[in-house]
Ligand binder design. Sequence first.
Ligand SMILES: [Zn+2]
Length: 266
Amino acid sequence: MQKAQVGSVTVVALVDNVQAYPASAVYPNAGDALQEFARYLDANGAVALNFAAFLVADGDRRILVDTGWGPEYQGKLLEELSAAGVRPDEVDTVVFTHLHGDHTGWNIDRATGRPLFARARYLVPRADWDHYAAQQPPPDSFVRDVRPLEAAGCLELIEGERRLTDAVTTVPTPGHTPGHTSVAIMSGGERSFILGDVVLSPIDAERPELENSFDWNHEMARATRLRVMDRLEAERALVGASHLPPPGLGRFVRAEGRRVWQALGG
Ligand SMILES: [Zn+2]
């Protein structure tokens, strides 16, 4: 858990889990290009991927961006939320960057089958809902964690930009999935951007053109990744990134002529 202030808004990184993935599996076409990134890899060539969600506290609003891998992955999201001083029933809005299973895992209370964030509206990008609902069969995580929200009456499909508070707005950033969405925060002249899976590892900051195994549309994802990182670097925005090293807050900065990820406080 790590808190940061953006004007009058508090952004909290909540680490659900961390898992190591072979870099050659994340970037199957990278080949020798990975050798120059040994500093980001362990002795086995694996890159540690964070699985983070983010809490955005603005006035009396409590907005949760994504819900992690969930209990089946020994997720710590609820403990992290508690450490941040927030109960699940205080969350008024859950908004998803996209509908992959590592971002929807804590939606449903496994004991009751009811939404775990009991008082929240769940905002789902419509293009992701349409995409995964149409698959035959739909992904298991969609059936378990996302579809029940409709019958529970708390689901709202969103498109385009959606203003959540005066300071917090959703922004479409497609490519990783059809409806991939980020959350932009602007308060007191300061900016923050929760970018979901637009960027997966620190390697992307330096080699944004590398294809990864998880993007739905490589060309669109690459264009979005470049555009978003250019903007965030220029704005010196505080970035929340699901899979960047825990807890997942930092900035894109220039160092020796190249763009690098700089963890907050690092
Ligand atoms: Zn993800």
